[in-house]
Design a protein around this ligand. Structure first.
Ligand code: FAD
Length: 459
């Protein structure tokens, strides 16, 4: 009996046979995420496959799967919806991919405090919808909210819609996580306060999250607006003005340079795009669009699209479908030659405009700028997910080096290593890993700091 057959049989003794996958198509799908946005990762990760994919439906099933894997030293890679961009849930060393999407129960919702207790495979869209029905909303969510899971967002994400209001996933987003240790005992631990940090953006290195308590924020009625501006610098100036206006409620402030708006076909069909113009995607507190349109006019901006608060999340599309890394997706649909970088420009618009000018001179037409204003620890940031038209690793890293030279810090979206991302939790992750994943069986190969891990030193 082959190792794969034996493993599949063991899994079938734990979960229903229909929840164990060994066929090439399913194994291929569940072994990948959205790493194809990177020409570098396409080369490196295209052939990495799980031996067996398993979809537990209950905590008890998951516990048995973990026990078996730990007893037999089988690598186990947890997967949410597989929308991560850096191969975060690609199994580098085969073994099991455990897809969490069937562990999607709402376990409790305190509508007085806005704390929702959910299983890790629950979709972000479900949290937002249930929250809104009870007068609450997610503090922030990725533009993949319809499919992405909360476990995957915490395990591999950063922030998104709402980050301009409430910050990112490190900003009091969670009340607690419940983690299953990757040992033959598969014990459960509920952690809160500072202990949660080791599990945020950790690519499952520090433990398998099974439940979370998510802190929601009081609901706001959001209306959507698109402003088109002939000049991208003016879009950055207006974006900064709105981002720093304490009296204005906002959930999204995204700026896209031409030709990016051309890629947003549904928005173009709705009349929201002006040929040759930059574009701003806005989610604003109910009733504030007329005032913002007036402010935009002073920057040469024109309101081209609005959707009322009653239509929020109900229309054929929502503006967040074009924001954050969805912007890159629309570009790739138009021309797969595009890829992107992820970085932080100077939030001061005049400084950012100077950085943009140097990059324009460096890249010429192979650059299309895209920025998002956000808060982290209460400080304003200007995230860039700028498009670059490059295919080779050398070109991508020359573009990265140019940004670093300008003081623009890059979170490399062309690397699957957790510790090549400046946002990783360092010591907090290593400490948690030593405790809850002591044999390095969870998603192994994603941490270059691994050889440095000395349990006696860090714990
Ligand atoms: P997955 O990709 O399945 O997993 C992500 C990581 O978490 C993996 O390392 C996985 O092993 C780990 N993980 C999954 N479940 C668990 C668990 N239960 N316990 C421990 N670890 C676990 N990201 C943003 O932050 N903001 C955005 O706005 C955004 N926009 C995007 C737009 C597009 C078009 C795409 C393709 C991606 C975007 N992303 C964005 C990246 C990604 O969609 C999000 O981070 C998303 O929340 C990941 O959720 P997921 O369920 O797909 O996680």
């Amino acid at each position: 009996m082959s190792d794969q057959t034996e493993l599949a049989e063991a899994m079938r003794s734990i979960v229903e046979a229909k929840n164990v996958f060994t066929d090439a198509r399913s194994v291929g799908v569940f072994s990948r995420d959205a790493f194809y946005y990177s020409p570098v990762l396409r080369e490196q990760l295209g052939d990495k496959l799980a031996d067996v994919v398993v979809a537990p439906q209950t905590l008890e099933e998951l516990q048995k799967v973990v026990r078996y894997a730990a007893q037999h030293h089988i690598p186990l890679t947890p997967r949410g919806a597989g929308t991560g961009n850096y191969g975060q849930c690609v199994p580098l060393q085969g073994g099991l991919v455990v897809t969490m999407h069937k562990m999607n129960r709402i376990l409790g919702f305190d509508t007085a405090t806005g704390v929702m207790r959910v299983e890790a495979g629950t979709r972000m869209g479900q949290l937002e919808r249930l929250g809104r029905e009870a007068g609450w909303e997610l503090k922030c969510y990725p533009s993949t909210w319809a499919t992405a899971t909360i476990g995957g967002f915490i395990g591999g994400g950063f922030g998104g819609v709402g980050s301009i209001r409430h910050g990112v996933i490190w900003d009091d987003y969670l009340k607690s996580v419940t983690v299953m240790e990757m040992t033959p005992e598969a014990r459960l631990y509920r952690l809160e306060g500072q202990d949660v940090a080791g599990f945020i953006h950790a690519y499952a290195q520090s433990g398998l999250i099974v439940e979370l308590e998510v802190n929601l924020a009081p609901l706001v009625g959001w209306e959507e607006a698109v402003i088109c501006l002939p000049d991208y610098g003016q879009a950055l100036r207006l974006g900064h003005l709105l981002a720093t206006d304490a009296g204005l409620d906002k959930r999204l402030i995204a700026m896209c340079e031409w030709p990016i708006p051309r890629f947003f076909s549904p928005l173009a069909q709705a009349g929201g795009v002006l040929e040759g113009n930059a574009l701003m995607l806005l989610e604003l507190g109910q009733g504030s669009t007329p005032q913002v349109a007036e402010q935009a006019a002073a920057f040469g901006g024109r309101l081209t699209y609005t959707a009322p608060a009653e239509q929020y999340h109900k229309g054929k599309f929502c503006l967040s479908d074009f924001s954050w890394n969805h912007t890159t997706l629309w570009a790739l649909k138009d021309d797969p030659g595009w890829t992107y970088l992820q970085s932080r420009f100077d939030p001061d618009p005049e400084a950012a405009i100077r950085q943009c000018a140097v990059l324009r001179a460096f890249h010429g037409e192979k650059l299309a700028l895209h920025h998002e204003y956000f808060l982290q620890s209460g400080t304003l940031g200007l995230a860039a997910l700028d498009l670059i038209y490059y295919q080779t690793e050398a070109e991508v890293y020359a573009a990265t080096a140019k940004r670093e030279e300008l003081g623009i810090h890059v979170a490399d979206p062309h690397s699957f290593y957790l510790d090549s991302d400046p946002r990783w939790g360092g010591e907090a992750v290593l400490r948690a890993k030593a405790r809850y994943n002591p044999h390095n069986l969870l998603n192994p190969g994603k941490l270059r700091a691994e050889p440095l891990l000395d349990n006696s030193r860090v714990w």
